[in-house]
Design a protein around this ligand. Sequence first.
Ligand code: OSB
Ligand code: MG
Length: 369
Amino acid sequence: MGVERIELIQVEIPYLHFFETSFGREHSKSCLLVKAFSEGVVGYGEVVAERSPLYSYETTATAWLMLEEVFIPDILAADSEDPASFYRRTRSLKGHPMARAGLELALWDLASKKRGVSLSRLYGGDKSEVVSGVSVGIQDSPEQLLRRIQDFLDEGYPRIKIKIKPDWDVRICETVRSRFPDILLQVDANAAYTLASLPLLKELDRFQLQMLEQPFSDQDLWDHSRLQREMQTPICLDESAKSLDWVRQAHTLESCRIINIKVGRVGGIVEARKIHNFCREQGVPVWCGGMLETGIGRAHNVHLASLPGFTLSNDISASSRYYAQDLVEPEFALTDEGTIRVPEGLGIGVEPREDRIAACTLRREVFLA
Ligand code: OSB
Ligand code: MG
């Protein structure tokens, strides 16, 4: 019993199209994959930390260090591979949610495969497919953004999210809305504004947006509350929804009406489910955010999004929206209904392609108990 061996792999995969947010433009994905071995079974996880500490303070390098020095030694010393026990043992250690989530996800995949139950079932999911949506980055021109949105609508995506930032906000919403008056549309500021922009942000109320995601700093709840009081459009927290504690306080302060759940940002499935359960009790809708994951992280997101409280479109798109070739088989595809099917097999339910992982590996290390 217990985990006998951990493999940590840093990969880099080019995006089919650059992805630009208020933080900047990225041309490729950099992330860590975690493989946990126990009694002939392998569980896979993904660490969503990025190259630079822009979305959060974590990076691929800090995540590698924390896994190597803290989280991997913990799991290799324990005689249990149970993810809930890993959560309890490491709870008092501060921070580094993405690093610990990557390992916890590998333990969940392992647990599901060893217990013979799909991940969705293990989590209490009740959906066989989850509603998709697509997150469209900032483009070089409004015309290019319109063309890209049209392409995604033609592919069948039922909801479009566009990234905004100062000088790519009210005018771009006007442009998009006049071309597509009826689509489900939401915007994501990735913390690009301060309270000084309150009057400008209030102008977004004109565009019948599903939500405005994270206008202010990841450290803020108070200014969000101030804005939500003056705005009709529901505010959704992403970066600030760091844990159940942050979400509880956001709810009390009325800082938002919707929560984006990302398993990496909140430090794993145990915490993500606590947030999901709290929001469900309080009648707060949630949806599953994305970090442009490879098929491994995406599979984990799909299982999480199968929980009943995930009632809004998720940032879970088809593999072909991100990569020429995904790291899993079968790749994720959009159904005719604009959904992504929840894989039915054990664990993540899709097969990681070791040959493709090897082809994009930058660094690899094996840790033994
Ligand atoms: O804010 O949701 C975000 C990607 C990287 C960092 C932050 C965000 C995103 C996305 C990607 O919007 C959504 C996806 O994975 O499709
Ligand atoms: Mg976001």
